[in-house]
Design a binder for this molecule. Structure first.
Ligand code: PLP
Ligand code: MN
Length: 380
């Protein structure tokens, strides 16, 4: 006997009720998403900066398109694989924000440039620039390359003004490369919880970037693009940073991790939680708690615990109770949910949670409006 396999992760072809999804499911509130996209675009216009949002957060062509329609100059991709998916779907102005160093990826990046000539990449090493140049020359294309600058996170980038100058000169010496500017992103700056501390760290980083820009300008190589910044520092970077453009990503969704950080003056973030994991109650036998069908396979584990957003249950404490189980401890006076009831959780950390799912279930209030694939899922 054979059985028919239901479509993976989907339900009702994208129409119906928000509360009839195949749980655990990723739920995207389209109204909140649109407000977030609009607010960041407006903020950057106000600061006189361009926006090249980071698509690592969503890996979704529809969201990239919406960001560009709202005024973004292109998108950032964390990986070559992500960039290939975006370019194949007609997204332009892509910046790959991490170096690619294996021969296979170098040649794939150059192939990508052949079809999408405005695609750019960062380097932090002259040999890597040389490898890109050789591949570009063989293919008869010109590749646009930015010098990646390290801001104290210890990840990628050049460590000094002299090293930035040397690398920029090495790029300029390759006829098949175009020196496009500098990238300076500090992951450690984004989640610095206290605004005063964040401001202080940013100012030091800005000083270093300005020294590099001044040096490059003094040797006749003023960077056309100075790109960096994220959601956590977007306002500081927008108001007083050295950047021509900001790379914020998480603002489209927000998450519990960002919720825990103080915005500029202690006021609320201008961005709302737009992304939730919906889970269903599977057991109610233990007083004061319910068990749900979302456990450690359903959330990224490198953030705070998921937070219950369901009205009447906000403040109930979610705990992991195994790979496929969550335990929700109810607060005093909360009515115990029934078997099969849906609870929605604010996600702990957006980017690594998104890649656990095939699709965004896009809702407007209680209605399921559309289903969008996580297009670059499975492409690292
Ligand atoms: N730029 C780079 C290079 C990143 O790695 C990231 C996120 O990790 C971002 C921008 C976006 O930062 P956020 O998601 O905090 O907005
Ligand atoms: Mn992140």
């Amino acid at each position: 006997m054979t059985t028919r396999l239901p479509p993976l992760g989907y339900w009702m072809g994208g129409q119906g009720s928000r509360y009839e999804l195949n749980t655990p499911a990723l739920v995207l509130d389209l109204d909140a998403l649109e407000r977030n996209i609009h607010r960041m675009a407006e903020a950057m216009r106000g600061f006189g900066r361009k926006l090249r949002p980071h698509a690592k957060s969503h890996k979704c062509v529809r969201i990239a398109r919406a960001q560009i329609e709202a005024g973004a100059v292109g998108i950032c991709c964390a990986t070559l694989d992500e960039a290939e998916v975006m370019a194949a779907n007609g997204i332009s102005g892509i910046l790959v924000t991490s170096p690619v160093t294996t021969a296979m990826k170098v040649s794939r990046f150059i192939e990508l440039v052949g079809g999408a000539p405005d695609t750019m990449i960062v380097v932090d090493n002259a040999d890597n620039a040389g490898a890109l140049a050789a591949a570009a020359e063989r293919a008869g294309v010109t590749a646009s390359v930015l010098v990646d600058v390290e801001l104290g996170f210890g990840r990628t980038g050049v460590l000094s003004v002299d090293a930035a100058e040397a690398l920029a000169r090495a790029i300029a010496a390759c006829p098949s490369l175009r020196f496009a500017g500098v990238q300076a992103y500090g992951g450690h700056l984004q989640h610095s919880a206290d605004h005063g501390a964040r401001l202080d760290l940013c100012r030091r980083a800005h000083g270093f970037i300005r020294d590099i820009v001044a040096r490059l300008t003094s040797i006749g190589m003023p960077p056309e693009i100075i790109t960096g910044g994220g959601t956590g520092t977007h306002a500081i970077d927008g108001i007083e940073g050295p950047f021509t453009e900001i790379q914020a990503g998480s603002y489209v969704f927000m998450d519990a991790e960002y919720q825990d950080i103080t915005y500029e003056d202690g006021s609320d973030w201008p961005f709302e939680n737009a992304l939730f994991v919906q889970t269903a109650v599977t057991s109610i036998n233990v007083a004061g708690t319910v068990t749900t069908d979302a456990g450690t396979k359903s959330f990224a584990l490198n953030g705070p615990k998921p937070r219950i957003a369901t009205p009447g249950l906000s403040g109930a404490a979610y705990e992991y109770s195994g790979d496929e189980h969550g335990r929700v401890r109810l607060g005093a006076g909360m009515v115990q949910p029934k078997l099969g009831d849906r609870l929605e959780c604010v996600i702990p950390h957006c980017d690594p949670t998104v890649v656990l799912y095939d699709a965004f279930h896009c809702v407007r209030q209680d209605a399921l409006a559309e289903i969008w694939p996580v297009d670059a899922r499975g492409r690292r």
